[in-house]
Ligand binder design. Structure first.
Ligand code: GLY
Ligand code: MN
Ligand code: MN
Length: 504
């Protein structure tokens, strides 16, 4: 055979057949492979198959999390995929980020991985196996010719190494389809939204009617809900990760303030890029798209084009978070005067948001309803807006009708963790309408936004957007602001800028 040809299924392969079973990269250079080169590439490699690896730090925690999930679903098979690479264009892919629940339960981040909880027959408990790609096969050329061979993508852990690291039994993921097909009958749930092919396979195995499929969708959603319920309270290790994310984020904000002159010479992109450098050097990535919004762009809540000018005299709203290598993210916002000093009207708006945030933070404590801190912050904002003549009181009427929301726009915060908007599908009675518990981490982020074309406010307010956002841990005695190292009060912000802005 003068050319390697084959099936996609073998691309990540480890089969030991002599026949090549995958398609080589399409980008030209390696399309034609002589027998001589193929034979040569099979040989002459050192044996690098076995490293002795200690378990990852979180292994003891992930074991407890799996045990809790197992207890919640006795007698049922649970399938929790990591997700697959997504094509961006042609043969390039988006950076992969594993599904949060998979990471939470395993500590692993491999694309294509999958956790399976296999129920013990006739009793409680599960055997948990993590299905992963093994090391590349050097015999069939997959190692150096396939797009995902280790020569292209880097060394993978062997299945034994992965098992040592994660403290979980491992198995070759290329056999997962047949394992599931041959598995004994058991009610099976899959965490949806991460692996279409596995979802299709399970639907096929159910062979059900549309009604049965609807019931299956509900049962699968219950699995997602159970995981988000479980993730609401962070364990000690998760809190260290969140603090690390916040600490890196604080350094990223310092970087941005020091770089403001460069941003003025270029655009908001300089702000985004400066923060991103910190995120990539100290963490995995940013935990969500950075909002670098200067001047009136700050009134667009999810401004992520970040292509506007940064002008002296304007405010810069930066909402950004570093995601750690373990995938926990911070979510912090500061609104700073580009020149270093607030104008009177900017300070007036800023100080009202600050007072609202103070009220919100003070209302974060165990046993309090989740809604309390939202209400506390919204009340301060509504009272301020009434005092400025923008809303007609009394405040109870404003709050009841939600009239302040024309200018406050969004809620006062959300849970934080592996996801920036963490635990979004948790049961409402333990989350949105639940009470705070020690170990929960949430944001407190009131804001005021006066759109540039809002004729209900004076011209001097139009185009001003202010948000202050901090990450807060609920403790036994109240709370701890994880991002307290970053100045918040307007006078402290000015001192911060005076210290960091290069002298002009
Ligand atoms: N960065 C998104 C948020 O603050 O919720
Ligand atoms: Mn934010
Ligand atoms: Mn937020």
């Amino acid at each position: 055979m003068s050319e390697y040809q084959g099936q996609h299924a073998g691309e990540r392969g480890g089969e030991t057949t002599d026949a090549p079973v995958f398609t080589p990269r399409k980008n030209g250079m390696y399309q034609h492979v002589s027998e001589e080169l193929a034979a040569w590439m099979r040989t002459g490699w050192a044996d690098t198959d076995r490293r002795n690896l200690d378990p990852v730090e979180q292994a003891a925690h992930t074991a407890k999390r799996r045990a809790a999930l197992s207890a919640r679903f006795p007698g049922e098979r649970l399938v929790i995929p990591a997700g697959q690479l997504t094509t961006r264009s042609n043969d390039t892919e988006y950076p992969f980020r594993a599904a949060c629940d998979y990471v939470y339960l395993s500590g692993d981040q491999s694309d294509g991985g999958c956790l399976v909880f296999e129920p013990h027959v006739g009793g409680g408990g599960h055997d948990v196996t993590i299905y992963l790609y093994p090391r590349s096969n050097r015999e069939n050329g997959e190692f150096w010719l396939a797009g995902h061979g280790e020569l292209w993508s880097g060394r993978r852990n062997s299945l034994q190494e992965a098992s040592d690291l994660l403290g979980i039994a491992t198995h070759d993921v290329r056999e997962l389809t047949s394992v599931l097909r041959d598995a004994p009958a058991a009610p099976t749930r899959i965490l949806r939204g991460h692996d279409d092919s596995l979802e299709r396979l399970l639907a096929e195995l159910r062979g059900g009617t549309p009604d049965a499929e609807e019931a299956a969708a509900e049962r699968d959603a219950e699995l997602g809900t159970a995981l988000h319920d479980q993730r609401l309270v962070k364990d000690d290790w998760e809190i260290t990760q969140l603090q690390q994310a916040v600490d890196s984020t604080v350094r990223g904000f310092h970087d941005v303030v020091s770089a403001l002159p460069h941003a003025q010479a270029t655009s908001e992109r300089y702000v985004e890029g400066t923060f991103f450098l910190r995120a990539r050097v100290e963490g995995n990535d940013v935990g969500y798209g950075t909002i670098a919004a200067s001047g009136p762009n700050a009134t667009t809540l999810h401004w992520q084009r970040n292509n506007g000018p940064v002008r002296a005299g304007d405010l810069l709203l930066l909402d950004a978070g570093v995601e750690t290598d373990t995938l926990y993210t911070a979510d912090v916002t500061r609104t700073v005067p580009v020149s270093g000093t607030f104008t009177d009207v900017q300070r007036r708006v800023y100080d009202l948001v600050y007072e609202a945030q103070e009220a919100g933070i003070a209302a974060v404590a165990p046993g309090k309803p989740f809604t309390t801190y939202h209400e506390a912050a919204q009340r301060v904002l509504a009272e301020g807006l009434i005092a400025w003549g923008l809303l007609e009181g009394p405040v109870e009427r404003v709050l009841e009708l939600g009239l302040q929301r024309r200018y406050t726009l969004h809620g006062t915060g959300h849970m934080l963790g592996l996801d920036v908007h963490d635990c979004a599908t948790a049961r409402t009675d333990v989350h949105l309408y639940g009470t705070l518990e020690p170990g929960m981490v949430l944001t407190v982020e009131p804001g005021l936004y006066f759109q540039p074309d809002d004729l209900t406010v004076g011209e001097e307010l139009r185009g001003i957007g202010v948000r202050i956002e901090d990450d807060v841990l609920v403790t036994a005695g109240g709370n701890r602001v994880l991002s307290a190292d970053l100045p918040r009060r307007s006078s402290d912000v000015e001192v911060w800028l005076a210290e960091r802005l290069p002298a002009t």
